[in-house]
Design a binder for this molecule. Structure first.
Ligand code: ADP
Ligand code: MG
Length: 976
């Protein structure tokens, strides 16, 4: 059933595109009219192909005339290949894929997919189909699975029939066109994810879509299989070694490698004499091994641009096509034979071998006869032309292993080189090659595994990089924190500076204050002296006060004595008056009356003298009082005594007032007596009148009595007037005394107030004094400290002075030494005068040096002193700074610790998240059973495109990912 079949080459020109038109490119291709549309001419050169499509050819037309037939071939058990060749943007992808889902713009792949399923649905009922698809791309001679991004470098192996296949490529079982399109979509999106510039990438990589159709006739168990490769090649233009953007030289080489290998393979195949076809030069040619010169129906679609700009590329493309057209394939149905069939064929072969053996024996016999010198006549000779078999049996599909590169009996050009090598040698060589190829495959596999490992590592790398990025971010944050802290530190330093300045100011202030304190202490001393003086004055005044007290007590005694005397006198007067008052005027005798009057007069004169005495005494008292007043004014501070005195005075005043009252009472009694006397007088008058009425005789007496009475009345009136005058005088005196008393009282109050004030002042002064003494003590303390510091300084100065002294001594010694040396030299040179002048000059120079040195030394000493002055300030400043720095350091430490803690926490968090992610991934990838769901042809699949006919019967088995070589469904475990 094997048949020779040339590769079909069709050519498609796309229309001029916008940029070509803008650039003014011309349409340089001519399509000769009429005929089979299989010829074009460019620049006078004519090319013949199986078909030529003009720019206006529709996608449908291209499909129908270039690809449709392949569908039925594949379904009949043949292998098929369609690949598009041409420069970038010549329309390869447009032709192969087009716009999937768009009825008019979709390309060959979607049309084929739809057609395959339509065919299946229209086929016999007892056929079961298993359709699986793979999708991968070849870039830089690495096969990358587009359905599993982790497979980045798949290897090519050979199956038991020596047919190369991509080992480990993901296979998806599909049961409807939509599932296929989903797979294509998935593959395309994966392709997009992996690359940055899709246009560049697609022009440099080959994409391969593989449809594998297996069918089984459930009735006679006949099994057929067909593989269909649909390949969108990389741009055929040369990738210039320097011009390829973003690629280094190796890359550029690799990009070109597979296409040039393809060209080489095609050239080798076209040149019928070549015995070795370099399929193994690239993965692409390896995969297409069956398609080029092997068991496959192959169609190459040459895509070209018609623009003058692309002329050379177009021509080389067309040349490629022309060369490929000469290649012959040997196609046969891929059939898996049943045991019976195999048996039948075995029997046949056995017969054939037997017959050949017989023939060989005959020939050997003939040969021995010939060798024996016999001539075998023509009839006896074995007929070599006679065929061994009557009919050539169909070679079982993959029975005879086909060694690539080695011509097989069926292939053209076979048997040419047999002569040169012996069979044994050939065998050896073949075995050697076989071994080598196996090794190669093993290495390939190793590479594949390594690359997968590399991919995993890359993923890990990415994770790590992310981690690093995040840690870097953290680090930056920490850095910022640090910066902040350092800034704070700076500001703190500035603060410290300010504080130091303030301290300096304070120190200056302190100096001023201490000076002030000195002055104050001096003042204080003065004040203390004054205070002492005051104290002594106070003591003297207090002693005076004591004296005054004594004096005043003495005075008081005297006053009391005088008062008692006065009171005695007054009581005597009172007794005397009371005693006289008892005398009653006899109403009958005039003589008695006169006597009584004289007595009264006497009494009155006595009273007058008494009163005069009293007045005198009063005057004396007054003088006394004025004296005491004076004394009070004099002894202002002795106020308590004065108060006592005043109270005594008051008491005396009271007693005086009482006595006054008594005298008044007495005066009243006197007046009453006078009134009584007057009544008596009136009575006597009435008696006189009675007398006159009774007797005229008595008239004379009456007249006498009247004259007497008149004289008496006159006397009485006079007495009364005098008396009244005296009383008024007494009253005036008393009021005066009262006023005086008031005055004294007021003054007394004043004095008490003044005394209190003085007391308060005294207290205040005492307090002030206390405060001052405290201050004094403080100042003393500071002074002591200063003294201490001064002593320390003195010690320092002493040491410095000592050092200076030693230095001075040293200098002296040095000078002496120098002089001695000079003398020596002089004495030595006395004999020879020549060098003395030079020596003198030297000495003067040295002296100058010494002077300068001493100056410098002095300067240094001064500087030292200055610095010593500066020292305490600086020390203070240093201490403050040290403290500040310590505080800042602790703050910094704390901040660092915090940062460390944050970091640890963050690390822990990251670990946790990582762990969680890993767990999740494990859970997602975990073991899952995927079971194929066999679908009978004709039973409409749920996902099947609507509007399609439901044909009867064949079966399509649909399932998810499977890997080549797995015939059974099995659980797929992913080890993460
Ligand atoms: P390639 O895959 O060879 O690099 P593309 O298939 O991407 O080129 O084609 C480049 C551009 O030219 C695309 O925009 C495509 O639509 C357009 N194009 C290609 N062939 C045709 C054609 N026969 N008719 C119309 N437009 C075409
Ligand atoms: Mg493309």
């Amino acid at each position: 059933m094997a048949a020779e079949d040339s590769i079909r080459v069709v050519c498609r020109f796309r229309p001029l595109n916008d940029s070509e038109e803008k650039a003014g490119s011309k349409f340089i291709v001519k399509f000769p009219s009429g005929g089979d549309e299989n010829c074009i001419s460019i620049g006078g050169k004519v090319y013949l192909f199986d078909k030529v499509f003009k720019p206006n050819a529709s996608q449908e037309k291209v499909y129908n005339e270039a690809a449709k037939s392949i569908v039925s071939d594949v379904l009949c058990g043949y292998n098929g290949t369609i690949f598009a060749y041409g420069q970038t943007s010549s329309g390869k992808t447009h032709t192969m894929e087009g716009v999937i889902g768009d009825q008019s713009k979709q390309g060959i792949i979607p049309r084929i997919v739809n057609d395959i399923f339509n065919h299946i649905y229209g086929m016999e009922e007892n056929l079961e189909f298993h359709i699986k698809v793979s999708y991968f791309e070849i870039y830089m001679d690495k096969i990358r699975d587009l359905l599993d991004v982790s497979k980045v470098n798949l290897s090519v192996h050979e199956d038991k029939n020596r047919v190369p296949f991509v080992k480990g490529a993901t296979e998806r079982f599909v049961s409807s066109p939509d599932e296929v399109f989903e797979v294509i979509e998935e593959g395309k999106s994966n392709r997009h994810i992996a690359v940055t510039n899709m246009n560049e990438h697609s022009s440099r990589s080959h994409s391969v879509f593989l449809i594998n159709v297996k069918q089984e006739n459930l009735e006679n168990e006949k099994k057929l299989s067909g593989k269909l490769y649909l390949v969108d090649l990389a741009g055929s233009e040369k990738v210039s070694k320097t011009g390829a953007e973003g690629t280094v030289l190796d890359e550029a080489k690799n990009i070109n490698k597979s296409l040039s290998a393809l060209g080489n393979v095609i050239s080798a195949l076209a040149d019928g004499n070549k015995t070795h076809i370099p399929y193994r030069d690239s993965k692409l040619t390896r995969i297409l091994q069956e398609s080029l010169g092997g068991n496959a129906r192959t169609t190459i679609i040459i895509c070209c641009s018609p623009a003058s700009f692309n002329e050379s590329e177009t021509k080389s493309t067309l040349d490629f096509g022309r060369r490929a057209k000469t290649i012959k394939n040997v196609v046969q149905v891929n059939e898996e034979l049943t045991a019976e069939e195999w048996k039948r064929r075995y029997e046949k072969e056995k017969d054939k071998v037997g017959r050949l053996k017989g023939k060989l024996e005959k020939l050997e016999l003939e040969l021995s006869r010939w060798r024996g010198g016999e001539t075998v006549n023509l009839e006896e000779q074995v007929n070599l032309q006679e065929p061994v078999e009557a009919s050539t049996p169909v070679a079982p599909v993959q029975e005879v292993p086909k060694v690539e590169g080695l011509p097989q009996p069926a292939t053209p050009g076979g048997g040419i080189m047999v002569g040169s090598l012996s069979n044994e040698e050939r065998q050896k060589l073949e075995e050697e090659r076989e071994r080598l190829y196996q090794q190669l495959d093993e290495k390939d596999e190793e590479i594949n595994q390594q690359s997968q490992y590399v991919e995993k590592l890359k993923e890990q790398m990415l994770e790590q990089e992310e981690l690093i990025a995040s840690t870097r971010r953290d680090y930056e944050l920490l850095q910022q924190e640090m910066n902040r802290i350092t800034q704070e530190n700076e500001s703190a330093k500035e603060e410290v500076k300010e504080v130091l300045q303030a301290l300096e100011e304070l120190a200056v202030n302190y100096d001023q204050k201490s000076q002030e304190a000195d002055t104050k202490s001096k003042e204080n001393e003065n004040l203390a002296e004054e205070l002492m003086n005051k104290q002594s004055a106070l003591n003297s005044t207090s002693s005076e006060l004591q004296q005054l007290k004594d004096m005043s007590s003495h005075q008081r005694k005297r006053i009391t004595e005088m008062l008692t005397n006065l009171l005695k006198d007054l009581s005597e007067i009172g007794l005397a008056i009371g005693g006289e008052g008892e005398i009653k005027v006899p109403a009958d005798s005039n003589g008695k009356l006169e006597e009584e009057f004289t007595v009264a007069r006497l009494y009155i004169s006595k009273m007058k003298s008494e009163v005069k005495n009293l007045v005198q005494r009063c005057q004396g008292l007054e003088s006394y009082q004025t004296d005491s007043n004076k004394k009070i004014s004099e002894y202002e501070k002795d106020l308590a005594e004065c108060r006592l005195l005043v109270s005594q005075h008051e008491a005396r005043m009271k007693s005086l007032q009482e006595s006054m009252r008594e005298t008044e009472n007495k005066k009243r009694t006197l007046e009453e007596e006078l009134d009584a006397l007057r009544e008596e007088c009136a009575k006597m008058k009435a008696a006189e009148q009675m007398h006159a009425a009774s007797s005229r005789e008595k008239a004379e007496e009456k007249e006498k009595a009247n004259t007497m009475r008149v004289a008496l009345e006159q006397q009485m009136d006079q007495l009364r007037d005098v008396h009244q005058k005296q009383v008024a005088q007494l009253r005036d005196e008393i009021s005066e005394k009262q006023a005086l008393m008031n005055q004294v009282k007021d003054e007394n109050q004043k004095y008490t107030l003044a005394h209190q004030q003085l007391q308060q002042d005294y207290e205040k002064l005492k307090q002030e004094e206390m405060e001052k003494s405290q201050k004094l003590q403080e100042l003393m303390l500071t002074v002591e400290r200063r003294e201490q510091a001064r002593k320390d300084l003195k010690g320092l100065e002493d040491t410095v002075a000592k050092e200076l002294q030693t230095l001075h001594n040293l200098r002296k010694l040095f000078v002496q030494d120098l002089q001695a040396r000079i003398k020596k030299s002089v004495s030595a040179e006395d004999d020879e005068d020549g060098g003395s002048i030079a020596q003198k000059q030297k000495i003067s120079f040295l002296e100058n040096n010494l002077d300068q040195l001493t100056k410098v030394h002095k300067q240094l000493v001064r500087d030292n002193a200055d610095l010593r002055c500066e020292l305490p300030k600086l020390e203070k400043r240093l201490r403050a700074t040290m403290e500040r720095v310590k505080a800042l350091e602790t703050a910094l430490k704390e901040a660092k610790e915090g940062a460390m803690r944050d970091r640890k926490r963050y690390q822990y968090e990251v670990d946790r998240i990582k762990e969680a992610v890993r767990q999740k991934n494990l859970a997602r990838r975990g073991p899952s059973a995927q079971i194929a769901k066999p679908i009978r042809a004709g039973q409409h699949h749920v996902g099947f495109a609507q509007g399609m006919k439901i044909p009867p019967t064949p079966i399509i088995t649909g399932s998810a990912n499977r890997t080549l070589g797995d015939d059974e469904m099995r659980k797929r475990k992913v080890i993460s």
